[in-house]
Design a binder for this molecule. Structure first.
Ligand code: AKG
Length: 272
C-alpha cells in the first residue's frame, strides 16, 4: 500500500478501513443504523406528504412514475394499478426537502468522501417504492448502462425506509461484478440476460430501516417483485466524483452547465 493510501486511511471520516476494503472488493457495502429511527420517520412523512398531493395522478408526469397494471414501468401510458400508487420519483431531492437534507448532509458526504475522495458532485436521485402485494421487479442491470454518456465513476447510496427483506423485494447483487466492465444490456427496460451472469454469486442484500447500501455504478444488481404484505420504500442518491452535469436537469442548485458540486477539495494557493 502506497503512502497516498496510508494517508487516506488515516483521514477517514465515517467508515472504517475494513468497510472501505469491503467496498473495493465487492463493489458494495451495507452500513446499518446510519439514520436514526426519528430521521427515517421524518423522511417518510415528507414523502407521504408529496405523494398525497399527487394522489389523483393516473399518468406519469414530472418525474413521478406510477406502478402499472401490466408491471411495465416504462410504458408511461399503460393503465396505472391505482391512482397515486407510485413506483418512482425521479429528482427526489428537488421535490422532497427531507430527502435533500439527508443526501447533502455533512455526515453523508463524509461517508462518501471515504469512498470517492474529496470531490463529490450530484448525479441524480429518486425514491423507489415497491408496494406490498405486487410492487414490480427491477431486472439485473448495471446503473452505468443507463448513464451512457458518463464515465462509470458514480457511487450510489440506497437507504431503506422500510425493513427491506427478501420477501418484500430487497436488492440482490453480484459481489465483485464492478470489475467486469460494462456488460451488454438488452430490451426496453435495459437489463443483462441471466446467461451472462454467474448466478451462483447472486446475493440478497437485506437492509434495515435507516441502513445504507452503497454500490458502484458497475455492480450488477436487481430486485424481485414484492409478494409480501409489507411495503418497501428506499431513497436513492447517485454521486459522481467528476464535475459532470446531473441527469435530473438544471435547477436552483446547479450551475449553468447543470453541475452541482456538493463538496470539492480546497486547493491551497501559495503566494510566493
Ligand atoms: O430499489 C430497487 O428496487 C432497485 C433500485 C435499482 O436497481 C437502482 O436504483 O438502480
Amino acid at each position: 500500500m502506497g503512502s497516498g493510501m496510508d494517508d487516506r486511511l488515516r483521514h477517514m471520516k465515517h467508515l472504517s478501513p475494513r468497510q472501505l476494503e469491503q467496498f473495493q472488493r465487492d463493489g458494495y457495502l451495507v452500513v446499518e443504523d446510519f439514520l436514526p429511527p426519528a430521521e427515517v420517520q421524518r423522511v417518510k412523512v415528507d414523502i407521504d406528504r408529496v405523494c398525497h398531493e399527487r394522489r389523483s395522478m393516473t399518468r406519469d408526469a414530472d418525474g413521478f412514475n406510477l406502478e402499472k397494471a401490466n408491471d411495465d414501468s416504462l410504458d408511461a401510458n399503460a393503465e396505472a394499478k391505482r391512482a397515486g400508487m407510485f413506483r418512482k420519483i425521479q429528482g427526489a431531492v428537488f421535490c422532497i426537502p427531507a430527502v435533500k437534507e439527508v443526501f447533502a448532509s455533512t455526515k453523508m458526504l463524509d461517508c462518501m468522501e471515504d469512498i470517492m475522495g474529496p470531490n463529490i458532485y450530484y448525479h441524480s436521485s429518486k425514491v423507489m417504492f415497491k408496494p406490498a402485494n405486487g410492487g414490480a421487479a427491477k431486472p439485473w442491470h448495471q446503473d452505468a448502462a443507463y448513464w451512457k454518456n458518463y464515465e462509470p465513476s458514480q457511487v450510489t447510496v440506497w437507504i431503506a425506509m422500510d425493513d427491506a427483506t427478501e420477501a418484500n423485494g430487497c436488492v440482490w447483487a453480484i459481489p465483485g461484478s464492478h470489475k467486469l466492465g460494462l456488460i451488454p444490456h438488452v430490451a426496453k427496460e435495459l437489463q443483462v440476460e441471466e446467461s451472462r451472469i454467474d448466478m451462483k454469486k447472486a446475493t440478497p442484500v437485506p437492509v434495515q430501516p435507516g441502513g445504507l447500501l452503497i454500490f458502484h455504478s458497475l455492480v450488477l444488481h436487481m430486485s424481485k417483485k414484492n409478494t409480501s404484505d409489507n411495503n418497501r420504500c428506499a431513497i436513492i442518491c447517485d454521486y459522481d466524483c467528476g464535475p459532470n452535469p446531473s441527469i435530473d436537469g438544471k435547477n436552483e442548485e446547479t450551475n449553468a452547465d447543470g453541475i452541482w458540486p456538493l463538496r470539492t477539495a480546497k486547493v491551497e494557493t501559495v503566494i510566493a
